[in-house]
Design a protein around this ligand. Structure first.
Ligand SMILES: *Cc1c(COP(=O)(O)O)cnc(C)c1O
Length: 423
């Protein structure tokens, strides 16, 4: 049996109906934007392995930093102790985060970063004796798969089995072009009730919804409305963070900065699972008290794992190099050129680009479901042709590693064009 076959004996994969799923290719090597399976077939990883891997697979710089850390101090508990990499990473992040972010809390993945933010918003009010127990989120949002994150997520078939067991979250429309007023009004109507602890959103781009985009002007207004009504704002930058939108953070486009931010995915360049929730001084001060009970009693065994911190430091240093910034700008230019070429294609409904993110919607008669027939046909076509893209319904998006070469990116574009002929 090969690896693909042996895999099926024991492994349970994410978002997978194993009864109908085909055998999964077994990847044995990665370098830059390329992956190779056990049969030697080459793939261009055009979605940076779920958006985690901007600096390329098996990156030597990050690998060296990890090796050095593993052979110096692989781990130490963060309860009651600290270590040099957590201090250095915090100092580094303070130089790139919005100026109002003053405190960091470490966890392991995007969902836990969101859980921490939501718990802080709720407990902040509890500590002050204020009854604010509900959360506001966007329709079609995705904030992760743990309970708080899932409650905040709007993609219904991910969450419907758990409906009765979730935190109370009220959804408002996404302020895409033409829907700004509707969305602002819905937010305004909710915040005045004084029942809401926080508004959580994916800034500028809703990744899992299919790279749905909205303007920074409207988000600025929404944050302002929340500020005026003492509702915390939580920017879930798990996908958008570290250069994806063309700036370090999506919130860098804003005048009004959020109270909390969630970071993960590209934080460690796709190496060690790690996440960080960041806070204003005001949020932190809501827990700072002589009363022990007012502390944030939350933690994970691997909190601030030194190896993860070392990987994050190396990753951020890579992001800040001239070469990487040049690559980000270059990918954006090529995306815009491809957009200009493809947008009048008879099968294309709309296109959108921000930073290294490109998305196009294919015209369809019916509403295409997330894992529907069109999606599966496209997905299989891409994988057969050696390009890793995971369409969302009728939406095809590209979010490549920043180190992708022009030739590799051209191959991705050509394959997308060819795919339009099979649907
Ligand atoms: C992926 C994602 C998450 C969840 O992160 P995990 O590491 O999968 O738990 C949360 N928010 C956003 C915006 C994401 O894209």
């Amino acid at each position: 049996m090969n690896l693909s076959e042996r895999d099926k004996l024991y492994n349970w994969h994410p978002y997978t109906q194993h009864k109908t799923a085909a055998d999964f290719p077994a990847i044995v090597k990665g370098e830059g934007a390329l992956l190779w399976d056990e049969n030697g077939k080459e793939y261009v990883d055009a979605i940076a392995s779920w958006w985690v891997n901007p600096y390329g697979h098996s990156n030597k710089v990050i690998a060296d930093a990890i090796y050095e850390q593993l052979t110096t101090l692989e781990h130490v508990l963060f309860g009651g102790f600290t270590h040099d990499k957590a201090v250095l990473l915090a100092e580094k992040l303070m130089t790139i985060l919005p100026k109002n972010q003053k405190k960091l809390f470490y966890s392991d993945n995007g969902s836990t970063a969101v859980e921490v933010a939501l718990k802080c918003a709720l407990q902040y009010n509890y500590n002050k004796g204020i009854k604010k127990t509900k959360i506001i989120a966007f329709e079609d949002a995705f904030h992760g798969d743990t309970f708080g994150a899932m409650a905040s997520s709007g993609i219904s078939f991910f969450t419907k089995a758990f409906k009765g067991s979730l935190l109370e979250v009220i959804r408002i429309p996404v302020p895409t072009k033409g829907n700004e007023e509707k969305s602002l009004q819905a937010l305004q109507n909710l915040v005045v009730t004084n029942e809401y602890a926080a508004f959580i959103f994916e800034p500028l781009v809703q990744g899992a919804a299919g790279m749905v985009m909205y303007s920074y002007e409207v988000l600025d207004k929404m944050i302002s409305i929340c500020n005026q009504n003492n509702v915390f704002t939580i920017a879930d930058e798990v996908m958008t963070g570290f250069g994806k939108t063309g700036k370090t953070f999506a919130t860098d486009y804003l005048v009004n900065k959020p109270d909390m931010m969630c970071l993960s995915k590209a934080l460690t360049g796709g190496t060690i699972p790690m996440a960080i929730t960041t806070f204003t001084q005001e949020v932190f001060d809501g827990f700072y008290d002589d009363d022990t009970n007012k502390a944030l009693f939350h933690g994970h065994t691997f909190t601030a794992n030194p190896t993860g911190c070392a990987a994050a430091l190396a990753s951020i240093n890579l992001l800040q190099t001239y070469a990487m910034q040049y690559n980000i700008a270059q990918i954006n230019k090529l995306h815009l050129a491809f957009e200009a070429k493809i947008k009048s294609h008879p099968k294309v409904k709309t296109t959108r680009v921000l930073g290294v993110i490109f998305a196009l919607e294919i015209k369809t008669e019916s509403q295409e479901s997330y894992y529907g027939t069109m999606r599966n046909k496209l997905y299989n076509f891409f994988v057969e042709n050696g390009v890793i893209l995971r369409p969302v319904g009728n939406i095809v998006y590209i979010l490549p590693p920043y180190v992708i070469t022009n030739t590799q990116l051209e191959k991705v574009y050509t394959t997308v064009e060819k795919a339009l002929e099979i649907v």
